[in-house]
Design a protein around this ligand. Structure first.
Ligand code: AMP
Length: 205
């Protein structure tokens, strides 16, 4: 769910266990900033908190997979988000011989709203900072960028994104559960504590 820390935990897996990350939201923000007709369309959809059409999402993923072109495990952050994406994603994974497992970092809607309203994004490197981060500048090495509120972290878009989550993403979470292919991690504790829970569930030592 949005605000669960999925991006931060994906980064943790990449930095500690050699995963590559495909961050769907960041990839789509990249398209939105291109200035093309498609970019303008994607920007509008994202700022309203709606889902970008599946064909656009799948095209970006296919491109990423073909470019990554090796056996490195991949964290797909923010995907799939509805039944159509789940089906197409599974077809693609079959084609490239990968066996994905679904991970839900679970928080309540109330906590998601609170976190999304106060978090910040670095204008340079796009790192996300929780609301209790005590500075206006990015802490990434050689970045020092200014922090600002993400354009879709406004109250209307947040409500819409969470409505979309419960209407379209929750049903596929239930499907993964029925297929016995879902790891659920409690997303309430601190970032390092959630990382530890994730590590234990994935049985890393
Ligand atoms: P996120 O950074 O994961 O919160 O995603 C931000 C926004 O990107 C979402 O509100 C959607 O507009 C778009 N987005 C991210 N992932 C997807 C996806 N799998 N399918 C469609 N739109 C997506």
């Amino acid at each position: 769910m949005q605000g669960s820390g999925k991006g931060t935990q994906g980064k943790y897996l990449a930095e500690n266990f050699g995963y590559k990350i495909f961050d769907t939201g960041s990839a789509l923000r990249g398209i939105a900033d291109e200035g093309s007709d498609l970019g303008e369309k994607v920007k509008g959809i994202m700022n309203r908190g709606e889902l970008v059409p599946t064909e656009v999402v799948m095209e970006v993923i296919e491109d990423f997979i073909h470019k990554s072109g090796d056996e490195t495990p991949i964290v797909f952050d923010g995907l799939p988000r509805n039944t159509e994406q789940k089906e197409q994603f599974e077809q693609l994974m079959n084609k490239v011989n990968k066996r994905p497992i679904a991970i839900l970092i679970d928080i309540s809607r109330d906590l998601a709203e609170t976190r999304l309203l106060i978090r910040k994004i670095c204008t340079q490197c796009k790192k996300i900072f929780p609301g209790d981060y005590g500075s206006d500048t990015c802490d990434e090495e050689n970045c020092n960028g200014n922090l600002e509120t993400r354009s879709d972290d406004n109250p209307e878009a947040i409500e819409k994104r969470l409505d979309v989550f419960f209407e379209h993403t929750q049903p596929i979470i239930d499907q993964y559960k029925n297929e016995d292919n879902l790891l659920v991690i409690d997303g309430k504790p601190s970032i390092p504590e959630v990382s530890e829970l994730l590590k234990n569930k994935l049985s890393f030592t």
